[in-house]
Design a protein around this ligand. Structure first.
Ligand code: ZN
Length: 546
């Protein structure tokens, strides 16, 4: 196949370059002599037009190393030789890292087995962290030295699964990974390192014997042995990994090595009966190394356990800290392996609008009467008509609110609303009415409702004097006058999100307001000699979160 020649290319650059085909200045970028046609076909085969364009314009321009944002960690992922299917697993590692929004990944593919390695000279120093999905021939001495300098000088390194089989003769590499397996490894390479449950500590065993093995592939429990390391803080203390190889009998110098988690290598599946190291960190000079033995194949890489530890370990290797969100024990459980398609990894789990179909929704309005609700403050009238709550203004009345008797904390809310032109309305969330606050004045966040052009969907702090909580209000037209408009609201922690007719309107943090309170339908007071106006609601449903 074309393109195993050791050239470095950037997935991001490929993407942006194709977007820029009509206007791009192709001459300003160097052309890599080769690139991976297979990977390229796979990535773009779904779009025949783009594929055609690409093939017409091949060879394509490369760019210097991608450095789009200081916020993102730059990763160089190495593949090209492996006794495992790296053509399948490399794209998955890319998705796992890039999907969470913290990383940009470039892939460098080493020459195929048997070819000269002299041309393989990745620009390690241009990256924050190198991730190895490589298990193959030795690199040139120049490349080995460059890699040692990179890591010893403070670069990050992540060894994934069979990368720890590589380079049995390369002393510095074996000190980086701490423990390795196969390829003649034995007592000459260092001890076995195991957790002893009866002693509650790790032991180093110099017994003669081979290095590297595994039982049958099966799901297994990962037990965290250091819950205070940045990589493991925020993870449950034990959690299941998807079916994977549980490496055993690894041997190595184990210098400056810290085992974060172990797995019991069960004799029933051909294992050693030992608690074997699964996740490790190693200090190498000024560089940080994260070593995961997980990740045999695509199934294992669908395990959230693999994904979360790879993301966190890679961030830590690059920066020394972990800022990625913690993973709840509800997600990463200790009885069943949580699975997630790497395609589905998103930087923000709450970015999407809640689906208004599905389980868990509870109607707040029975369509017949206002049982479960009570009116507060003004004297606007509320009646029920054909399954619709109709609010009607009353001259001289202050703002009126029809409020749920029940309080809600974290929830998703949806309703449809049709408002007369000229009437300001809204739906209160997490709101309060207390005798000792302005004589029971309803106050709290209000999701604004008004005819277009207006601020529908933005969040106002009703009754507090704070004014708008949503400081910026660029969208003025998601509301359609004279029709039913679908509103969706999510309140979770201090975050409030709103959508109007499927369009995201507000996404704010509001730590000042109450985190719990009633939901209320507002009919605004009106000016003298105006109105009456009406506002109608229907299909009011709530889904409590957690
Ligand atoms: Zn394997």
């Amino acid at each position: 196949m074309i393109g195993e020649g050791g050239q470095q290319w950037s997935r991001k650059v490929l993407d942006s370059w194709f977007r820029r085909v009509p206007a791009g200045n192709l001459d300003s970028r160097k052309c890599p002599p080769k690139f991976s046609t297979q990977r390229f076909m796979k990535k773009f085969a779904s779009s025949p037009l783009i594929l055609l364009l690409a093939l017409v314009l091949y060879p394509m321009p490369a760019s210097p190393v991608w450095a789009e944002s200081n916020e993102q960690i730059s990763v160089l992922l190495i593949d090209g030789q492996n006794n495992h299917n790296w053509k399948v697993t490399t794209p998955l590692i890319c998705q796992i890292l890039e999907g969470c929004g913290r990383f940009t990944v470039d892939v460098v593919t080493a020459p195929a087995r048997g070819e000269s390695m002299e041309s393989f000279t990745p620009a390690f120093a241009d990256y924050d962290v190198v991730v190895s999905n490589y298990n193959g021939q030795s690199w040139s001495e120049v490349t080995q030295k460059a890699f040692e300098s990179f890591v010893a000088g403070g670069g990050g390194f992540v060894s994934v699964h069979a990368a720890d089989n590589s380079f049995p003769q390369w002393s510095a590499y074996n000190r980086m990974i701490g423990l390795g397996g196969w390829k003649g490894r034995s007592e000459k390479d260092g001890p076995y390192v195991r957790w002893k449950e009866d002693q509650q500590r790790f032991t180093r065993d110099q017994t003669p014997g081979g290095g590297g093995g595994h039982g049958q592939r099966a799901p297994f429990l990962i037990v965290v042995r250091d819950t205070e390391h940045p990589i493991t803080t925020g993870l449950p203390s034990s959690f299941m990994q998807a079916a994977d190889e549980l490496y055993d009998k690894l041997r190595g110098p184990a210098e400056n090595m810290h085992v974060l988690a172990t797995g019991f290598s069960a004799p029933a599946t051909g294992g050693t009966g030992e608690h074997e190291p699964l996740l490790m960190t190693v200090q190498f000079g000024d560089g940080r190394v994260f070593h995961t033995t997980l990740g045999h194949d695509d199934t294992s890489m669908k395990g959230v356990a693999f994904q979360a530890t790879l993301q966190r370990g890679t961030e830590w290797a690059a920066t020394g800290v972990v800022t990625l969100p913690s993973v709840d024990a509800q997600v990463l459980t200790s009885d069943t392996a949580a699975m997630r398609d790497p395609d589905d990894i998103a930087p923000d789990a709450l970015a999407e609008m809640p689906k208004i179909e599905g389980l868990g929704w509870v109607p707040l309005f029975n369509g017949k009467d206002l049982s479960g609700w009570s009116q507060k403050n003004g004297i606007a009238t509320y009646r029920v008509e054909n399954g619709i709550v109709v609010g009607k203004t009353a001259e001289g009345s202050p703002n009126s609110f029809m409020c749920t008797i029940k309080d809600y904390g974290d929830f998703e809310l949806t309703f449809e609303v049709n408002d007369d032109p000229g009437l300001n309305s809204g739906v209160q969330i997490r709101s309060l009415s207390k005798a000792d606050f302005n004589n029971g004045r309803v106050h709290g966040p209000q999701v604004e409702i008004e005819t277009s052009p207006g601020e529908s969907g933005y969040v106002y702090s009703e009754g507090t004097g704070r004014g708008w909580i949503t400081k910026q209000q660029p969208i003025k037209d998601a509301y359609v006058n004279g029709k039913w408009n679908r509103f969706v609201v999510r309140a979770k922690g201090d975050r409030i999100q709103t959508w109007v007719n499927g369009k995201s309107i507000a996404d704010i943090r509001d730590p000042e307001s109450s985190m719990k309170g009633f939901i209320g339908l507002q009919v605004h007071g009106i000016k003298r000699d105006t109105g009456p106006f009406e506002v109608r609601w229907r299909d009011i449903r709530v889904r409590e979160l957690k």
